[in-house]
Design a protein around this ligand. Structure first.
Ligand code: ADP
Ligand code: MG
Length: 266
């Protein structure tokens, strides 16, 4: 069970602060003002029906999508969203700042998104070497330790297509960890997996929670969210419909929509 209770007794710093994020695609308003705060060690599970804006929200947080409005702060440091919106028009210096900011937030995708032409180990060391400028030998040592940690060191020289989905996702988690991110975002990390492979990936994420990693996880694994999350956020049509500790959301949902959603998914 979660150590969230004991964690809350010690003062922790705010790792990620998000204020009033809005995002539209053309006339479709997908995010209608989302705010949240993740303190060090928080594990926030984001629930909601398909199309409620969960992926768009996570993508806004590391600027795979550019929010139309709102603020994102990492350890109190605000990211200049106006600057980030200019995309291709960034000066080299601003582009570097944006890349540096992005490197502080890890992202694990539903579909793994490993480089198919690189071995597992090369996938893991690619960003440390090319984005952070870490020496190759050092990146390799650390990469091997991370593969060990997620239980796939024996696959280090294999290509992603030769791995099971669960192994690929564990490689993707090792790749995210290799950048020492301050926050890790997971977008339905087990939804693309065969049922028998789900638990090996959830086990890795659970271990990261136990280490005190700060994570936001979009998931439909309700048992996992209930056991591991320190906080649950329920999104509906681009707004936070309900928010609170798992005990409250799962046992005493306040809104009819959350009740219906849980009835369908529990
Ligand atoms: P969820 O992850 O909760 O299923 P998404 O964030 O993927 O929801 O999508 C929310 C809504 O935004 C959906 O209606 C989806 O079709 C739309 N949407 C997402 N990405 C784009 C995009 N790049 N262009 C246009 N519409 C998009
Ligand atoms: Mg999604």
């Amino acid at each position: 069970m979660q150590q969230g209770g004991s964690r809350r007794m010690t003062a922790t710093a705010v790792a990620l602060q998000v204020d009033d994020i809005h995002k539209s695609f053309g006339r479709l308003e997908v995010l209608r003002g989302i705010s949240l705060s993740a303190r060090d060690g928080d594990v926030i599970a984001i629930l909601g029906s398909s199309g409620s804006g969960k992926s768009t929200f996570l993508r806004c947080l590391n600027l795979l999508e550019h929010p139309d409005q709102g603020a994102i702060r990492l350890r109190g440091e605000a990211l200049d969203l106006v600057q980030s919106r200019q995309g291709g028009g960034l000066s080299a210096r601003n582009a570097r700042q944006l890349a540096a900011f992005r490197a502080r937030i890890g992202f694990v995708f539903q579909s793994f998104n490993l480089w198919p032409h690189l071995t597992v180990l090369d996938n893991v060391i690619e960003a440390p070497v090319h984005v952070k400028g870490v020496a190759r030998a050092e990146a390799r040592d650390k990469g091997l330790a991370l593969l060990e940690k997620v239980g796939i060191a024996h696959k280090r020289d294999s290509y992603p297509s030769h791995l099971s989905g669960g192994q690929q996702q564990r490689a993707a988690i090792a790749r995210a960890l290799a950048m020492d991110p301050e926050v890790i975002l997971f977008d339905e990390p087990t939804s693309a997996l065969d049922p028998e492979l789900v638990s090996e990936v959830l086990g890795v994420i659970r271990a990261l929670a136990e280490e005190g990693r700060t994570m936001l996880i979009v998931t439909h694994e309700m048992g996992f969210a209930r056991d591991v999350a320190s906080e649950i956020i329920f999104l509906h049509q681009g707004r936070i419909e309900e928010q609170g500790p798992p005990s409250e959301i799962f046992h005493h949902p306040k809104t009819e929509r959350a009740r219906q959603f849980l009835a369908k998914h529990l």
